[in-house]
Design a protein around this ligand. Structure first.
Ligand code: SAH
Ligand code: SF4
Length: 428
């Protein structure tokens, strides 16, 4: 979501004549668009600002994103070189506020504004030549998992209207985008106003988007298990451009932990959802998020996460050690675990996930995979694309026949944990 927000910040600044500079030290303005989800991400901000000030003549420093929202005035107290602190709901104001900054004036904008930023932002001007784009359709969260800062930093759940989303999708398709990833902190909680003025859910939106000429692939992230409904599952059966991949975080395989996390789903209800999704689309790739070392997690709770992973067979997954976040209930829970135990468990869990990911990828050996070519690889003449199941696929661009943005069929002859590679068999 921060990638999307950053693009929109760049686009709105370009209206005022700013261009993106490659070298931070030559910039007139540096915008740090920050993440507050785990402590490490937030701490990075302060070290980055310190380093920037040592080596550069940068004139203005803007701190945007969720660290700005959560720490507001504190940022200027700790880093007096910062000129503007602005939360994720107000970034449309950045161009105007920058023009008002001078040596003595600093601004902190962390109130949730009355106007909706999406109504104020300019049309999409994305021009990085990528064939894929993110599109935020929903923001915020009302679920209040006890470990999570999102409900505090991004605010209440909010969905954009179908009309707005379709307009933005058309703008992006017009700029050469053929794959869209719809974004939301809980994207499947989407409940925006449809064309008929009634509430649309995510599946309704997929059906609308699938009518657009030029849109070849549709993805979405990230989901909450409790918001998976029948229509969403059916959409995976019906809509050809909806890619066979779902990111469905569970966080822990232990019901005791899920309760303490206030997840409002159980291990069993999660497994039942996965079963239904697989009934509808048997080849669907499933990924998840895991937190290890949540306060009070015992060896036996942790083992239940491992046994859940063994039951599900993930194609990929993200995993983190629990990071206490200021202001969230779990940060004050007793029985916080020492770093070493958290790290030990993370390594065990990640090794299991890696094994699964490799096994998953092995299934594609000697088969042909359709990819959308996204970028150049590190090796000479190498291109990289994405498979429908969201794997990175590497191949050699024989006689320079293929181009970024094209689709291609690749015959897979080798696989690793996080990629497939092979030879191009056909260009279309
Ligand atoms: N809405 C999604 C998650 C969004 S946050 C859901 O409900 O699953 C993205 C991921 O960051 C979470 O799934 C979780 O695994 C991780 N995360 C959030 N807060 C965390 C914390 N305090 N410590 C460690 N990981 C955290
Ligand atoms: Fe955070 Fe997701 Fe829970 Fe919302 S549902 S509080 S975004 S983890």
């Amino acid at each position: 979501m921060n990638v999307y927000d950053s693009e929109r910040i760049v686009e709105s600044l370009s209206e005022k004549g700013f261009t993106e500079s490659k070298e931070m030290k030559d910039s007139d303005v540096v915008v740090f668009n920050t993440c507050h989800i785990r402590e490490k991400a937030a701490e990075k901000l302060y070290s980055d600002i310190g380093r920037l000030k040592e080596n550069s003549k940068t004139k203005k420093i803007v701190v945007a994103g969720c660290v700005a929202q959560a720490e507001n005035q504190e940022i200027i107290k700790r880093m007096p070189d910062v000129d503007l602190v602005i939360g994720p709901q107000s970034y449309h104001k950045i161009p105007d506020l920058i023009s008002k900054l001078d040596k003595k004036r600093k601004f902190v904008e962390t109130d949730f504004p009355t106007e909706n930023k999406f109504n104020v932002l300019t049309k999409r001007k994305k021009n990085d030549k990528k064939p894929t784009a993110f599109l935020t359709i929903q923001e915020g969260c009302d679920k209040f998992c006890t470990f999570c800062v999102v409900p505090y930093t991004r605010g209440a759940e909010y969905s954009r209207t179908t009309m707005e989303i379709i307009e933005e999708a058309k703008e992006l398709i017009g700029r050469g985008i053929s794959e869209l990833t719809l974004l939301g902190q809980n994207v499947n909680a989407y409940h925006g106003q449809g064309y008929d003025k009634k509430t649309s859910n995510l599946a309704d939106l997929f059906y609308e988007l699938s009518k657009l000429d030029g849109l070849k692939r549709l993805r979405y992230t990230t989901n909450h298990p409790n918001d998976v409904n029948k229509e969403l599952i059916q959409a995976h059966k019906d809509i050809e451009i909806l890619m066979p991949y779902i990111h469905l975080p569970i966080q822990s395989g232990s019901d005791r932990m899920l309760k303490l996390m206030n997840r409002k789903h159980t291990r069993q209800s999660y497994l039942e959802i996965i079963e239904k999704i697989r009934e509808a689309r048997c080849d669907i790739a499933i990924s998840s998020d895991f937190i290890v070392g949540f306060p009070g997690e015992t060896d036996s709770d942790f083992e239940q996460s491992l046994s859940l992973i063994n039951k599900v067979n993930y194609s990929q997954a993200y995993s983190f050690t629990y990071s206490p976040r200021p202001g969230t209930p779990a940060a004050d829970y007793d029985h916080q675990l020492p770093k070493e135990i958290k790290m030990e468990r993370l390594i065990i869990l990640q090794n299991l996930l890696k094994e699964q990911q490799l096994e998953y990828n092995k299934k594609f050996l000697n088969s042909s995979v359709s990819i959308l070519i996204e970028r150049e690889g590190k090796e000479h003449n190498q291109l990289v694309g994405k498979s429908p199941h969201s794997q990175s696929v590497y191949f050699n661009n024989v006689e320079n026949k293929s181009k970024i943005g094209n689709f291609a069929e690749v015959h897979i002859n080798s696989v690793k944990v996080s990629s497939l590679s092979g030879n191009i068999i056909e260009k279309n």
